[in-house]
Design a protein around this ligand. Structure first.
Ligand code: XMP
Length: 196
């Protein structure tokens, strides 16, 4: 898997430092707003590692409600439009005024985050805060409202720390780009499993 990496954009040590720092900022803001029991909504699947690390630095009593969104089916590298995959979530139909913190892996076109925020508001969230690990430096992403961003990155396709290509590479501890041959091989059907 390591041989598929082109460039390490953000390594595990930088991620750990920034996640701790961001959690402290979020905890401070929640305390200021008198939110003691936030409901955390990680967007599956890409945010699962980031969310797991971030929430372990929060001192609050938190409840976790998962939401599953599909926007990059198969080997697609361009967002295909976000849809909610309701059957794989434990998001209640009625949020009863809860204060929600949405966690996503990457802000790209902004469609996913907008869809999730609208869904949560429709389901009765009292407040919705948003947090992303990465924001791509492209106009649509920069124009999308978001409360917390761990890292701004160039507009390149990245994997690792939860982010995937064709559902692989999520377990890479660093955030990296892949070599072009790896991506081309998968996209034109030459490769079966990566590494073969
Ligand atoms: P939108 O366009 O809705 O996209 O803001 C957000 C979702 O698209 C996926 N995405 C990526 N996944 N590397 C990935 O592994 C990327 O560079 C990338 N860009 C977008 C991701 O699932 C995100 O939640």
């Amino acid at each position: 898997m390591e041989t598929d990496i082109d460039t390490v954009l953000i390594d595990r040590a930088e991620i750990a430092i920034r996640v701790r720092e961001l959690a402290a900022q979020i905890a401070g803001d929640l305390a200021t707003a008198d939110v003691r029991h936030p409901t955390i909504v990680p967007i599956l699947t890409g945010s699962f590692i980031f969310a797991a690390d971030l929430i372990r630095h929060l001192p609050n009593y938190v409840q976790i409600r998962l939401i599953s969104i599909s926007s990059y089916p198969g080997t697609a590298m361009v967002s295909q439009g976000a849809t909610v995959k309701g059957q794989l979530t434990n998001l209640p139909d009625h949020l009863g005024g809860s204060d929600v913190l949405v966690i996503d892996d990457i802000l790209d076109s902004g469609r996913t985050l907008r869809l999730v925020v609208e869904t949560l508001e429709r389901r009765g969230a009292g407040s919705v805060r948003t947090c992303v690990l990465l924001r791509k430096q492209r106009p649509e992403a920069m124009a999308t409202p978001v409360d917390y961003v761990a890292f701004d990155i160039p507009d390149v396709f990245v994997v690792g720390y939860g982010l995937d290509f064709n559902d692989y590479y999520r377990n890479l501890p660093d955030i990296v780009s892949l070599r072009e041959e790896v991506i081309e091989g998968a996209s034109d059907g030459r490769a079966g499993l990566p590494g073969q």
